[in-house]
Design a binder for this molecule. Structure first.
Ligand SMILES: C[S@@+](CC[C@H](N)C(=O)[O-])C[C@H]1O[C@@H](n2cnc3c(N)ncnc32)[C@H](O)[C@@H]1O
Length: 300
């Protein structure tokens, strides 16, 4: 049988990014989440042979995909399997002091959602893993099968913002005493059972928020974002840009507060008073853009 074609990842909010961000042709850009290289390709095309594009990603498959997307750029391209929390060290290792543009398009690529080993989706049975970086040692199954009921409820509440967190945690702990969870669909079906309300079809699948919470915890997503936001002003040239695309309010709230604080400290000018979101046409073309929020600041 033929191998299925790899899923294409369509980069979001490219128009406002290209409109608001201009880097010199000999500039340095860091794509903190290079993914399939879609955003990098667009900005890379604006760089000349003196320009430098550094792409980071924790997922070796993303790095591989980005290599092929970015192979024909004129600028120098370096792609490294690194977490963006290490951006400062990586730049020092390359002898780079400051850069013109840092982009972070948070979360995961469409291909990662479909990846049957990754366990990010409950549309079909996948191992309950959720690690974007397979060098991490804790999987979603470890959390679901080992955390105390209270810690599980707190995690679902804090990272999933699910008011039913205590009920969901109680059902999980009851179920796992009979049999440990191994697949995404086992967990999703249990949560659907816990949340069943006769005659009231839910707006989203009842497991959506718990899955978000587990993914955030497994990949330490909020801690990584905090580190990036804290260290960014030291890595940007005066006039350099930082753009963050986030996909849920826990991320966007952090970006908003950080940019405002840096503005108050005289470090940033904020170019997006409100976050930029996708228009109807982009959402029709790319449903993933629906929840994307873009904030941009310029370093003073
Ligand atoms: C939404 S995709 C980026 C897509 C990319 N902008 C494009 O146009 O193809 C997010 C990527 O960030 C990676 N990622 C998530 N957290 C990361 C982190 N802390 N450090 C580095 N890469 C990360 C994921 O593995 C994924 O490939």
């Amino acid at each position: 049988m033929d191998e299925p074609l790899p899923v294409e990842h369509v980069p979001v909010l490219t128009e406002p990014l290209l409109k608001l961000i201009h880097i010199p042709t000999d500039g340095i850009m860091v794509d903190a989440t290079v993914g399939h290289g879609g955003h990098s390709q667009l900005f890379g095309r604006t760089l000349g042979p003196e320009g430098f594009l550094l792409g980071l990603d924790v997922d070796k498959n993303s790095i591989q995909r980005a290599h092929s997307t970015l192979s024909d750029l004129a600028c120098k391209v370096m792609l490294l399997r690194e977490n963006f929390v290490r951006m400062n060290e990586v730049l020092s290792q390359q002898g780079i002091d400051k850069v013109d543009f840092i982009l972070a398009d948070l979360g995961f690529c469409s291909g990662q959602l479909e990846d049957s080993d990754r366990g990010l989706s409950f549309q079909k049975p996948m191992p309950l893993d959720m690690r974007l970086d397979d060098r991490l040692t804790t999987t979603a199954a470890d959390l679901v099968n080992k955390l105390s009921q209270k810690d599980l409820a707190d995690l679902i509440y804090e990272y999933g913002q699910d008011r039913a967190s205590r009920r969901i945690a109680r059902f999980i702990v009851q179920q796992r005493s009979a049999q440990k969870f191994t697949t995404t669909t086992e967990l999703a079906m249990l949560i659907a059972r816990a949340m069943r309300r006769p005659g009231r079809p839910p707006r989203i699948h009842p497991a959506t928020r718990t899955f978000q919470a587990l993914r955030i915890a497994v990949n330490r997503e909020l801690d990584s974002l905090d580190t990036l936001l804290e260290t960014a002003p030291n890595m940007l040239k005066p006039g350099g840009f930082i753009a963050i695309i986030s996909f849920h309010s826990l991320e966007d709230g952090r970006v908003k507060r950080n940019f405002r604080q840096n503005k108050a400290d005289g470090l940033y000018d904020i170019l997006t008073k409100k976050p930029i979101t996708a228009d109807r046409e982009e959402i029709m073309r790319n449903p993933r853009a629906r929840s994307a929020k873009l904030r941009i600041a310029k370093c003073l």
